[in-house]
Design a binder for this molecule. Structure first.
Ligand code: FE
Ligand code: ZN
Length: 480
């Protein structure tokens, strides 16, 4: 029944996240529940989430603050940022979204991902002479191919069986339980190179080598003559009653005194306000319970930062923009609240500052990485960032906690290698390096919330990582 209901909805252009589908299927009349909920939403989401449906579950619905968020979310995004001087926006969905109407084309989206990553893999020696899946499995016992992973499961004999596909065909690939690859974490929808042999029966491929696109081996940032530094300040969460006023004041004081000549740029990778209705019971944890007032307060807080520091802000999952990634920048109503000197961009975004390429991504998908890859945890987000770089994709898993918008182009592929890769979201702080790419996890300005305590999660707040653009040296300031 599940499939039939979901197919019917899909035919009407209605797509549900798996958890939303679960919720819908518990209703007496799932189809009408979804249809009537959607008809009452101000704007139809691309992919319906549990959060979208929650207001329609209990009646009467208490709507004190929620409509404000809906209104804000439905507004048109601010104009795409312009390049100027030493800051160039190289890649940003803002103004480039093809997903605003009802055209939902997942095949096109996944094909773009496949082609982009295949291009990277094509340069690998191990994959020279690789063939499309349908041909590779027919013509030779030695198989080399590039494919996207559909699913991986464990067989009753303890082997792993994955199904892979490319634009033309699909095939099963077996990973034997005593193979060194048996413990490899392979996530759904990642694109990999496969080297193997067809089985004697010819019905499947036995995996010998798994090739990841990965980063080329290179040294870190080569020195330039830039004297500037950039600071990274994630997850400010203005509006939360756990916003850290005192450490914030210490940080501002430092920027106005000792740090005055040091920091020229400030990057803010999302969750700039706490938002409204983001998780159940959030209203108990808010200091400001109006979404506009939260952004107004943020604008005031950012005004305390010295004028000559160039500020670039992107949204995260708590912000009032569409939740599906890539997220275009803030709507006009919010844009208006800020100084015109500020640059608002989308999520993710690649900027070039004084010749350095910086990829910054709020990091919602860290939840999916940590939930899917063995050995990863919230205590070490840098390890999860490394997995993104190895797979050259920030959020491959479709249907997890990260909602993905099926844009014509996959903006979450890491096709160009950045000098610096920054995330936030997990409220941790860290500096690392992988194959010459500086990795930074940019802390938070929110103390542990009751929600986090309940989930046994300890943040590492009030840290400010700062990178010198000339030398690449990075240090962590602590205002806790
Ligand atoms: Fe956050
Ligand atoms: Zn977040």
């Amino acid at each position: 029944m599940r499939d039939r209901i979901l197919d019917t909805l899909a035919n009407e252009g209605i797509l549900l996240e798996p958890s939303a589908a679960d919720m819908v299927l518990t209703r007496d009349d799932p189809l009408n529940f979804v249809r009537s909920a959607l008809s009452r939403m101000q704007q139809q989401p691309l992919v319906v989430t549990v959060d979208d449906l929650r207001p329609f579950v209990a009646a009467p619905v208490v709507r004190t603050v929620a409509p404000a968020m809906e209104e804000v979310r439905s507004g048109p995004p601010a104009p795409p940022p312009r390049d100027d001087g030493d800051v160039k926006i190289l890649r940003d969905i803002t103004g480039n979204s093809t997903c605003e109407g009802n055209i939902i084309d997942f095949a096109r989206y996944f094909n773009d991902r496949f082609r982009k990553i295949k291009k990277i893999l094509a340069g690998r020696r191990e994959l020279v002479g690789c063939l499309p899946v349908s041909k590779a499995t027919k013509f030779d016992r030695d198989v080399r191919m590039v494919a996207m992973v559909n699913e991986v499961r464990t067989t009753k004999n303890g082997h792993k069986l994955m199904e892979v596909e490319d634009e033309e065909g699909r095939c099963p690939v077996l990973i034997l339980k005593d193979s060194p690859l048996a413990n490899e974490s392979i996530v759904p929808d990642e694109v990999v190179g496969i080297v193997g042999k067809t089985s004697t029966k010819g019905d499947l491929v036995v995996l010998n080598e798994l090739i990841r696109p990965d980063l080329p081996l290179r040294k870190g940032m080569q020195p330039t003559d830039s004297w500037a530094s950039v600071a990274f300040m994630s997850d400010v969460h203005v509006g939360s009653n756990t916003f850290l006023h005192k450490p914030w004041e210490r940080m501002i004081h430092w920027l106005r005194t000792e740090g005055k000549d040091e920091v020229q740029y400030l990057l803010v990778p999302g969750d700039v306000v706490d938002g409204i209705g983001i998780f159940p019971g959030q209203e108990e944890e808010l200091e400001i319970d109006d979404i506009f007032a939260q952004y107004e307060s943020l604008a005031e807080h950012l005004k305390e930062i010295p004028d000559d520091i160039r500020i670039i802000v992107q949204p995260g999952n708590h912000d009032a923009v569409r939740p599906a990634e890539p997220q275009p920048t803030f709507p006009k109503e919010i844009f208006k609240l800020f100084d015109s000197s500020m640059t608002l961009v989308g999520n993710p975004c690649t900027v070039e500052i004084e010749g350095r390429r910086i990829l910054f991504y709020h990091g919602r998908s860290l939840d999916d990485w940590i939930g899917s890859v063995q050995g990863l945890s919230y205590n070490n987000p840098l390890e999860a960032m490394k997995e993104m770089l190895k797979r050259r994709h920030m959020a491959p898993i479709y249907g997890g906690r990260t909602p993905l918008a099926p844009e014509k182009e996959d903006f979450l592929v890491i096709d160009e290698v950045p000098d610096i890769f920054v995330t936030g979201h997990v409220h941790g702080a860290g500096i690392g390096e992988y194959r010459g790419v500086k990795m930074i996890c940019a802390s938070t300005w929110q103390a542990q919330t009751p929600f986090q305590r309940m989930h046994n999660f300890n943040p590492d707040p009030a840290k400010l990582p700062i990178t010198h653009l000339g030398t690449g040296e990075t240090r962590m300031m602590d205002f806790a």
